[in-house]
Design a binder for this molecule. Structure first.
Ligand code: PEP
Ligand code: MN
Length: 343
């Protein structure tokens, strides 16, 4: 636990004064010399997909959060989605704001929010955009830098990807790692709750983030997760959260060369996972094509079609002379195995 440098936890949303104080009190009591909460997070305005869902308490919750700050000494972190929200946070002594994934996608909004933070003392956490677009994430961070914000952190919360169903938001680890390599001085946190969507996946996600050398963890924690008005499946109890942190192992502590190699090896591992999944999908598609050919009595070999496949590889991979031979061999093998499968 000593190695998780920044810890942020608290409920998805403020639901009631009782819920807020019960959660904060448990987290406070669990603090030890190796578990210090750096920010207590809580959503005040909630961006929900459906208007009939719980939308957050709004301004009144900011007053309760000030009381939490006084009673437990926590720094408070709240999501903002407009310049007006920033204003409310400043008026209510909030310490940090986070820019949610749905907001990071909108440069107009990010610009307005960034300008509203100028001259404030707010720490700004920029979550990745919903879609896997590194430049959009970097663009949002730069808008805050340009507005004069000095205390910036990046939060990886996964990406919304069609067809993925293990995670609520697919990690695509190569994206936060690329961000980390570009901005070594901006702390990178992993929001294990919104990647997972489910408590059971969170220890593995936290361990992967730790292995990649993330600087901290952000998690949704609720004194009674099953009663939560939003995201109940992904909220941990305070005790579950501290146990999760204690279960982490740290191997990311050697010299720079080892660390650099470690990051690249993990990236390769992630790429191989994707390639192997895509290959499986390609083979399944080849089977589908075979059954269509059988049904309509079409020839097995359609040379024109294969030329189109080769063009795709020429366009995307064959340009690099070093890999030309490999791709040619790979295409031969691919074609041979497709024909064999269809045969
Ligand atoms: C949240 O942290 O409560 C939240 C809504 O996050 P995200 O923007 O990552 O969905
Ligand atoms: Mn949530």
């Amino acid at each position: 636990m000593k190695n998780v440098k920044i810890i942020i936890a608290g409920p998805c949303a403020v639901e009631s004064k009782y819920q807020l104080f019960a959660t904060a009190k448990e987290l406070y009591q669990l603090q030890t010399s190796d578990f210090v909460l750096h920010f207590f997070r809580a959503g005040v305005w909630k961006a929900r997909s459906n208007h009939i869902d719980f939308q957050g308490i709004g301004n009144e919750a900011l007053v309760w959060l000030q009381e939490i700050k006084k009673q437990f000494g926590f720094n408070i972190c709240v999501e903002v989605a407009s310049a007006a929200h920033v204003q409310r946070c400043v008026e209510n002594n909030i310490d940090a704001i986070w820019i949610g994934a749905r907001t990071t996608v909108n440069p107009f909004l990010v610009q307005e929010i960034a300008e509203a933070t100028t001259n404030s003392n707010l720490t700004v956490l920029v979550k990745n955009p919903i879609n896997p677009d590194l430049s959009l994430w970097i663009g949002a961070i730069q808008r805050f830098q340009n507005a004069g914000t000095r205390k910036i952190m990046a939060v990886h919360r996964g990406f919304s990807i069609v067809g993925e169903n293990v995670y609520r938001n697919t990690p695509c680890w190569e994206i936060p790692v690329a961000l980390h390599l570009k901005y070594l001085d901006i702390p990178l946190l992993c929001d294990i709750s919104h990647i997972s969507g489910d408590v059971s996946l969170q220890p593995a996600i936290a361990q992967t983030a730790t292995d990649y050398g993330f600087d901290g963890i952000m998690a949704e924690v609720h004194y009674a997760p099953e009663q939560a008005l939003s995201d109940s499946k992904q909220q941990l109890s305070p005790l579950q959260f501290t146990n999760l942190l204690r279960s982490l192992t740290f191997s990311f502590s050697r010299n720079d060369a080892d660390n650099a190699l470690f990051i690249q090896r993990n990236l390769i591992k992630n790429i191989d996972i994707q390639i192997s999944k895509l290959l499986r999908k390609r083979m399944e598609t080849v089977d589908e094509i075979a059954s269509i050919k059988v049904k309509y009595s079409l020839p097995l070999l359609q040379t024109e079609q294969w030329k189109k496949v080769v063009e795709i590889y020429e366009e995307n991979a064959l340009k690099d002379k070093n890999y030309q031979h490999f791709i040619e061999e790979f295409l031969l093998l691919l074609h041979k195995s497709s024909l064999k499968r269809q045969g």
